[in-house]
Design a protein around this ligand. Structure first.
Ligand code: SAH
Length: 347
């Protein structure tokens, strides 16, 4: 992008300064900010004089991000996006079409530093945090892409990055996307997925934000979890589960456990029984994910029969569980894979 001013992400003070420099009254700042948060392009900001709209088009860009490339799946309605940031970083998002509408999976960081052994996002570490404006831009750009076909009604924070490792920006984004004069997306339609950063989960429970919390558990005990998730060396499963129970008590919200089934490692019936014991009595749902194989990783997905048996074993123990439907598996399913293939010139 050029040296134009990027407007979304500026606060009122910065916008007022800019409008002063453009010879405009300060109240325009508030008008423009409201339009920006909804994703309305300059030419459709109808309460601005035409000359100002043109001046904005010449001197400014609205979003700090653009669609670099989009990859529609040939198998279903899924579209994978590569977005480019103003500083040249590339991140990814996935748009999915469900019976209840469009859901967008967004990234919260460029890369990730959590180091999970099965995940492509973390292979090159974390480059930087995304700002709240950059998270919102992913939603606004997906809406523009959809045009008349519809709009994003649900959001999952499950792209690259650990949202709770970028706490302030993530919470600012949640308030921004939920704002009545913005996109006004219900927080109940938003899922935040974390690898289990205990102090930040405690802090989140105090924010009064009724999002659905997903916890990437992936193992029924510390011994297995430590083999695949470095974060398990910092927070033991007992401590994590205490925090989850406190979260449910405090918010009254059901939580979701993500559990990727890996061949040999965590997918045997005894692991299912151990998991059932761990979550028993907790208001929760278990999302079973057949592992997406990542080229750079040696871990293999569990066989389909093992996945079915795992589900059956949980159900026998009265644990609410489903197997996650695979979508867009032809377009770089697992998070971080598509961005990585582009970084390495394979895309
Ligand atoms: N950092 C957050 C959110 C991003 S990852 C978290 O850890 O929850 C979103 C989900 O995809 C997590 O549950 C993550 O563990 C899972 N995931 C990552 N790589 C995967 C793979 N190769 N196969 C299946 N699930 C994967």
């Amino acid at each position: 992008m050029s040296d134009k001013h990027v407007l979304l992400g500026m606060d009122q003070g910065q916008l007022k300064e800019l409008f002063k420099a453009l010879g405009q009254p300060a109240f325009r700042a508030g008008q423009v900010q409201a339009w920006l948060n909804k994703g309305v392009p300059f030419e459709e900001m109808t309460n601005l004089p035409k000359a100002l709209r043109e001046s904005l088009r010449e001197n400014c860009v609205d979003l700090p991000m653009s669609i670099h490339q989009s990859f529609p799946s040939r198998k279903d309605d899924t579209v994978k996006f590569l977005f480019s940031c103003v500083d040249g970083n590339i991140i990814e998002g996935v748009l999915m079409h469900y019976h209840y509408g469009y859901s967008l999976c967004i990234s919260t960081q460029v890369g990730c530093k959590m180091g999970c052994a099965f995940c492509a996002s973390t292979l090159s570490g974390c480059v930087r945090n995304l700002t709240a404006a950059e998270m919102l831009s992913q939603v606004l750009l997906a809406n523009r892409f959809l045009g008349d076909r519809g709009h994003v009604g649900h959001i999952v924070l499950m792209g690259s990055g650990e949202p709770l490792d970028n706490y302030e920006n993530t919470v600012a984004f949640l308030r921004l996307v939920n704002a009545e004069d913005g996109l006004n997306i219900s927080l109940r339609n938003i899922s935040l997925s974390t690898c289990g950063l205990v102090p930040q989960m405690e802090r989140l429970s105090q924010e009064g934000l009724p999002v659905t919390l997903s916890i990437s558990l992936h193992a029924p005990n510390d011994q297995i979890r430590r083999q695949i998730m470095p974060v398990a060396n910092t927070y033991a499963i007992d401590e994590l589960m205490d925090t989850v129970r406190a979260y449910v008590r405090k918010t009254g919200r059901r939580v979701v456990f993500e559990y990727a089934l890996i061949d040999q490692l965590n997918s045997r019936p005894e692991h299912a029984r151990e998991l059932a014991k761990l979550v028993s009595g907790l208001q929760c749902h278990v999302n079973l994910i057949p592992l997406n194989h990542v080229d750079e990783r040696s871990l293999r997905p569990a066989a389909p029969e093992a996945v079915q048996l795992f589900l059956k074993t949980l159900e026998e123990k009265h644990v609410s569980a489903t197997i996650r439907r695979e979508m867009g598996s032809d377009i770089g399913g697992a998070c971080g894979q598509l961005r990585r293939s582009v970084l390495e010139g394979k895309g």
